[in-house]
Design a protein around this ligand. Structure first.
Ligand SMILES: Cc1ncc(COP(=O)(O)O)c(C=O)c1O
Length: 385
């Protein structure tokens, strides 16, 4: 059977089906070994876990490449590691990067605090304004970076005009697709060159691993691998094993996250203490039409604005009994966080408000609990405002 006949669930569970001799373990063992015996006199590549060629590391790379429709993929020690090395693989000193301004705060910090040291300048633009990307172009521009869907407004960026510009100008388009996972969105099918994930989130799905991933052409992934070995950004075998375990259920988890996402979004929309709900599956969301066209499921991330501001948000969070107040996302447990105190803490109240994230904004990463139980938890918490 060729790879294009396999559905996403089958790919997530099996990777590329391989021959199974008798007595093969169904679950791959964890190769918790830093090194491996090498044939004496062999000139073949040395097996060493920092090189990323431990069987657990290799297996998940192949699995993600299959899911993204990429030639190759590689897991790294964190999403930040993956983001840093993916960019360093395509940028050189003197180069210019144009980045969406709606990106994870850590990545914003990487661009503003670190890239200058490598002689790489970064310009930030509103990703929905095609003209803004064009206006930011310089002779030295080499790459464009987008995160979609965005945090915490769940804006869904149409990559096609940005990819067309990248193609016309010979630039690399890098896309952080963490919020969608390859089940929800596959950027390479929309003209991106490199996909980046915080695998800490949906790819692993159980809030017990920190990891990142990069997918793209063999050449790009090989360059990221070279940097990974030198900068020591390799994922450890146990984390790789946990990710393989997590990825087996990725497709079914995403289906459930999306079903719960839509049900909870619709429910919050009917609550008088909620001023606004941000969920791309709602007709009221700015990007609903784009999301319907390009996403496969609207996902489990949701934002709400409470009318009562930060006091109401605090009361709501204290009252929760099932959902936990915690940052991060994409796991089986429902987590709720306040961007005012996490991703957007560097901004003033007014700046946050202008960015569409007024005080009283709560971000939800809906887990896999029974939807009715989650809604009951949110209802009793709203009743205490
Ligand atoms: C969209 C996005 N990209 C990258 C990262 C960084 O990933 P990690 O925490 O795995 O380094 C995060 C972390 O929250 C994120 O939300």
């Amino acid at each position: 059977m060729t790879r294009r006949h396999l559905g996403l669930s089958t790919r997530a569970i099996h990777g590329e089906p391989e021959p199974r001799p008798d007595w093969t373990p169904i679950a791959r063992p964890v190769y918790q070994s830093s090194t491996f015996t090498n044939p004496v006199g062999s000139t073949a590549e040395v097996l060493y876990t920092r090189y990323g060629n431990n069987p657990n590391q290799v297996a998940i790379g192949r699995r993600l490449a299959l899911l993204e429709g990429a030639e190759a993929a590689l897991f790294l020690a964190s999403g930040m590691g993956a983001t840093a090395l993916a960019h360093l693989a395509v940028l050189r000193p003197g180069d210019h990067l144009i980045a969406s301004e709606w990106i994870y705060g850590g990545v914003h910090g990487l661009f503003t605090q670190e890239f200058g040291r490598f002689g790489i300048e970064v310009t930030f633009v509103d990703p929905t304004r095609s003209r803004a990307w064009k206006e930011a172009l310089r002779k030295q521009t080499r790459a464009l970076f987008v995160e979609t869907p965005t945090n915490p407004l769940l804006r869904v960026i149409d990559l096609e005009p940005i990819a067309a510009l990248a193609k016309a100008e010979g630039l690399a388009l890098l896309v952080d697709s963490t919020f969608a996972s390859p089940i929800g969105f596959r950027p390479l099918e929309h003209g991106a060159d490199i996909v980046i994930h915080s695998a800490t989130k949906y790819l692993n799905g159980h809030a017990d691993v920190i990891a990142g991933a990069v997918a793209g052409t063999e050449a790009v992934v090989e360059e990221v691998r070279r940097l990974m070995r030198l900068w020591g950004q390799t994922i450890d075998p146990h984390s790789a094993w946990l990710i393989e375990r997590g990825m087996r259920t990725l497709a079914v988890r995403m289906l459930r996250h999306s079903a719960t996402g839509l049900a909870v979004a619709e429910w919050f929309s009917r609550q008088p203490s909620v001023a606004r709900v941000h969920y791309p599956g709602l007709a009221s969301h700015t990007d609903h039409t784009t999301a319907t066209r390009i996403l496969n499921g609207f996902g489990g991330m949701l934002g709400i604005e409470l009318k009562g501001g930060s006091r109401a948000a605090e009361r709501f969070l204290r009252a929760l009994t099932i959902a936990a107040h915690a940052p991060s996302l994409g796991g089986v447990e429902t987590l709720v966080s306040e961007p005012r105190l996490t991703s957007h803490r560097g901004l003033s109240e007014e700046e946050r408000s202008r960015a569409g994230i007024p005080d009283g904004f709560l971000r939800f990463s809906l887990g896999l609990e029974d939807t009715d139980d989650l809604i009951a938890d949110f209802a009793q918490a709203l009743a205490q405002l």
